[in-house]
Ligand binder design. Structure first.
Ligand code: HDE
Length: 678
C-alpha cells in the first residue's frame, strides 16, 4: 500500500485550515480582543446591538445544522485509494478500470438506513456502502448497500417503504428499528419484499464491523467498451477480513454501551494503520444472454447466484485516511448513482431509474442549493467547465462575458467533446413500448430466491433468522399483521414459519411451503474468510499477575495481528510479580465484554472478591455470545467456577507459545455456534 498523496488529498489541502497558535478573528478577519463577555451598556447593563462579534458568533451557531438525510442519516466516512488488478478494457472504456498504473482516490461513507443522525450503530438494519471514485474523467459514485437486493422493485414505492420503516408518526417510536407494526404491515402487503426481508432478518443486518461486511451495487448496470459493446454488470465489494456479524443480544447491548461502536472501530483501525481493504468484484452477463436466466436481470430483488455467474475480482480499495472534519466531509458529501463516467451506463431497472432523480433532488434541500458540487469533498479532481451559473453559495468565479451555448463571442466554448475526445455517450439501447403504469410479468416471482437464501444458510444462521422473526414480530401488536407475515413466509419455507410462528402466538401451516431446493453456498457467512487480524481481545489482569508469561503471550498475539487491551479494576498501571508495569486501558466500569471479540483471563495474586465477580460476569457474557475465551493462571480457576471450561473455543494452557497459538486460532474462528445449543 503506497502512502503517496492522492490528487484528492492535494486538492483538499487548499481548503484545510489549522487554527492552532493563531489569533482569534471574526469571519471578516478582524482580530477579536475578548471572547467571554458581550458588549454591554455598563457592567450590569443590557447587551448592545452593535456587538458585531457577538452577533456573528451567535448567528453562525443558530444556523449550524442542516437537515439530516431522510435515509442513511447515521453514517461515517473515510478516504482511500482504488487499485485495479487487471485492465477491464474488454468490458469498459472507463479509464480507471483500464489503466492498472493509476491509483484512483476514493471516499467511502458507511451508514445505517432507518435511524436518525445520533442513533445507535449496531441496530438491525441494512448498511449503506457508498463509494466516490475521483477519476480523471469525473466522479463515479457506486452508491451501494451491504445487502445485494432491495425491498421493492419500483422507485415509486420508496416513500411508502420508508414511511413504514421510520418511527410511527403518531408517537415518533421506535427509533432505528424495524420491529414495529407499520414496517411489517408494509412487508405483508408488498410481497416483493420477501427476499430482502430474509436478508434483513439474517446476520447480515448486524455486522461486526464496517470492515467486515460486503458491499453491493444492487442494480444491474452496463459496462460499455470502446467498440460500443455492452455487458450487464453487478458490482461487489468483498472485505479482505471476511464477512462477520454480531449476535442480536450483543448488538442491542452494544448500542447502550457504545453508541459509536462501528465508527469507533473504523476510525481506530485507520489510526492504527490497520487499513480496511475490500476487493472489487464484477459479475458480467453478455447482453445476448439477457433472457437466459430464471429471473429478470433487471429485477433488483434478485441476486445472480455466484455459482452461476462467478464474481471476477478486479481490484482493491484500501481505506487509509480518516476525515479531518466530520461535518465538512461525512455530512456534506453528496452521492448520486447517476454520477457515472464514460464506459459505465444504466439499465432499465425501475428502481435505479427512480434513484437517478431522487439523489440530486435530496441534496438541493439538504445542502441548500445547486452548488453542492463545489464543496471540497464533492469536487472532481479533474477540472469542470460549463455554462451553469450563480445560485446560493457559488464559489467559482467564472470570468468572461459569455455563459451560454451556442456562442460566437467565446468561439463556442466550452465545447461539447466528441466520443473520441472523451465525451459521455449514452448506450444506444433500442426501446419501444406503450406508455403504461405496469410491471413486467418477469418480475412477479417473489419467493424462489427468498427460499434460495434460506436453503443456503447453515443451521446456526437459520436459527438466527427464526429468532430475528420472533423478536421483530414479537414487537408487532397487530395480530392480523403477524398472521399475514406467517402466511407470506410460508411461501418461503415451512421450516422457517414453523420455527417462529409459535413464538409470536400464531398457528403455523402444516402443509404448503416451497419446492425450490437450490442453494448458493456463497450466500452463507459460514463460508467466509477467517483471520485473527485486527480482532480485539480484552485481557483481564490484576496486580501480581505472572508478567513473564503474559508478556510473552501478548507479544505472540500481537505478532498474529490481534489487538489487546488491558482491563482491570482501576485506571493507571498494574504491576506483575517480577515488577513489570502495564498500562490499564479500561476498567470493568468503562468497558464491557460485548465490545470485544474475545477475552483472555489471567488475574493476579492481588485479585479480590469484587474483581472475581466482575471477571466472571465478563466471561459469562462473552461465553453466552459464543466468543472465544482464553485463560491462564488464575483465569483457569474462574472458568471452572463458572462452568465454562471444556467447550469448543475455550482455550487454556501453561506454555505461553502453545497457548497463544491455540488461542489465535480460536479468535480467528470468530464465534463457536455449537454453544447455541447448550
Ligand atoms: Fe438510496 N437514497 N434510495 N438506496 N441510498 C439516499 O440520498 C433512494 C436505494 C443508498 O452515504 C438519499 O443523499 C430512492 C438502494 C445509500 O450519503 C435519497 C430509492 C440503494 C445512501 C435516496 C433508494 C440505496 C442512500 C438520502 C429507491 C442500494 C446513503 C440522502 C428507488 C443500492 C448515501 C441522500 C450517503 C441515500 C433515495 C434505494 C443506497 C433520498 C428513491 C436500492 C448507501 O436520495
Amino acid at each position: 500500500m503506497s502512502n503517496k498523496r492522492t490528487s484528492k488529498d492535494e486538492q483538499l489541502d487548499q481548503f484545510r485550515v489549522d487554527d492552532s497558535g493563531k489569533h482569534l478573528t471574526t469571519n471578516h478577519g478582524v482580530k477579536v480582543s475578548e471572547d467571554e463577555f458581550s458588549l454591554k451598556a455598563g457592567e450590569r447593563g443590557p447587551t448592545l446591538l452593535e456587538d458585531f462579534h457577538f452577533r456573528e458568533k451567535m448567528t453562525h451557531f443558530d444556523h449550524e445544522r442542516i437537515p439530516e438525510r431522510i435515509v442513511h442519516a447515521r453514517g461515517f466516512s473515510a478516504h482511500g485509494e482504488f487499485q485495479l488488478y487487471e485492465s477491464l478494457e474488454k468490458y469498459t472504456k472507463a479509464d480507471f478500470l483500464n489503466d492498472t498504473s493509476k491509483t484512483t482516490p476514493t471516499f467511502v461513507r458507511f451508514s445505517t438506513v432507518a435511524g436518525s443522525k445520533g442513533s445507535g450503530e449496531t441496530v438491525r438494519d441494512v448498511r449503506g456502502f457508498s463509494t466516490k471514485f475521483y477519476t480523471e474523467e469525473g466522479n463515479y459514485d457506486l452508491v451501494g448497500n451491504n445487502i445485494p437486493v432491495f425491498f421493492i422493485q419500483d422507485a415509486i414505492k420508496f416513500p411508502d417503504l420508508v414511511h413504514a420503516l421510520k418511527p410511527e408518526p403518531h408517537n415518533g417510536m421506535p427509533q432505528a428499528a424495524s420491529a414495529h407494526d407499520t414496517f411489517w404491515d408494509f412487508i405483508a402487503q408488498n410481497q416483493e419484499s420477501a427476499h430482502m426481508a430474509m436478508w434483513a432478518m439474517s446476520d447480515r443486518a448486524i455486522p461486526r464491523s464496517f470492515r467486515m461486511m460486503e458491499g453491493f451495487g444492487v442494480h444491474t448496470f452496463r459496462l460499455v467498451n470502446k467498440e460500443g459493446k455492452a455487458h450487464f454488470v453487478k458490482f461487489h465489494w468483498k472485505p479482505v477480513l471476511g464477512t462477520h456479524s454480531l449476535v442480536w443480544d450483543e448488538a442491542q447491548k452494544i448500542n447502550g454501551k457504545d453508541t459509536d461502536f462501528h465508527r469507533g472501530d473504523l476510525f481506530s483501525s485507520i489510526e492504527d494503520g490497520d487499513y480496511p481493504e475490500y476487493e472489487l468484484g464484477i459479475q458480467v452477463i453478455p447482453e445476448e444472454d439477457e433472457f437466459n436466466f430464471d429471473f429478470d436481470v433487471l429485477d433488483p430483488t434478485k441476486v445472480w447466484p455466484e455459482e452461476d455467474v462467478p464474481v471476477q475480482i478486479v481490484g482493491k480499495m484500501t481505506l487509509n485516511r480518516n476525515v479531518d472534519n466530520v461535518f465538512a466531509e461525512n455530512e456534506q458529501v453528496a452521492f448520486h448513482p447517476g454520477n457515472v463516467v464514460p464506459g459505465i451506463d444504466f439499465t432499465n431497472d425501475p428502481l435505479l431509474q427512480g434513484r437517478l432523480f431522487s439523489y440530486t433532488d435530496t441534496q438541493l434541500i439538504r445542502l441548500g442549493g445547486p452548488n453542492f458540487h463545489e464543496l471540497p469533498i464533492n469536487r472532481p479532481v479533474c477540472p469542470f467547465f460549463n455554462n451553469q451559473r450563480d445560485g446560493y453559495g457559488r464559489q467559482t468565479i467564472n470570468r468572461g462575458q459569455v455563459s451560454y451555448h451556442k456562442n460566437s463571442l467565446a468561439k463556442n466554448t466550452p465545447t461539447p467533446a466528441s466520443e473520441e475526445e472523451g465525451g459521455y455517450s449514452h448506450y444506444q439501447e433500442k426501446v419501444e413500448g406503450h406508455k403504461v403504469r405496469a410491471r413486467s410479468e418477469s418480475f412477479k416471482d417473489h419467493f424462489s430466491q427468498a427460499t434460495l437464501f434460506w436453503n443456503s444458510m447453515s443451521d446456526h444462521e437459520k436459527e438466527h433468522i427464526i429468532q430475528a422473526f420472533s423478536f421483530e414480530l414479537g414487537k408487532v401488536e397487530s395480530e392480523s399483521v403477524r398472521e399475514d407475515i406467517v402466511e407470506m413466509f410460508s411461501n418461503v419455507s415451512l421450516e422457517l414459519v414453523q420455527g417462529f410462528a409459535p413464538n409470536i402466538g400464531v398457528t403455523p401451516p402444516q402443509s404448503g411451503g416451497s419446492d425450490v431446493t437450490k442453494a448458493s453456498p456463497a450466500l452463507s457467512q459460514a463460508n467466509t474468510v477467517h483471520k485473527p487480524d485486527t480482532r480485539k481481545v480484552g485481557v483481564i489482569l490484576a496486580n501480581g499477575f505472572n508478567d513473564k508469561d503474559v508478556k510473552k503471550t501478548l507479544e505472540k498475539l500481537s505478532d498474529e495481528g490481534i489487538v489487546t487491551e488491558i482491563i482491570s479494576e482501576k485506571q493507571g498501571t498494574i504491576k506483575g510479580e517480577s515488577g513489570t508495569e502495564l498500562k490499564v486501558d479500561h476498567t470493568f466500569l468503562t468497558i464491557d465484554s460485548v465490545l470485544y471479540d474475545a477475552l483472555y483471563a489471567v488475574g493476579g495474586k492481588e485479585e479480590g472478591e469484587a474483581f472475581k465477580k466482575h471477571a466472571s460476569h465478563f466471561l459469562n457474557e462473552a461465553f453466552s455470545h459464543y466468543k472465544p475465551l482464553g485463560a491462564t493462571h488464575n483465569g483457569i480457576e474462574w472458568l471452572s467456577l463458572n462452568k465454562l471450561d471444556g467447550y469448543n473455543g475455550v482455550v487454556t494452557g501453561d506454555d505461553p507459545s502453545g497457548f497463544a497459538k491455540e488461542f489465535t486460532q480460536a479468535v480467528a474462528a470468530h464465534r463457536y455456534w455449537d454453544r447455541q445449543m447448550v
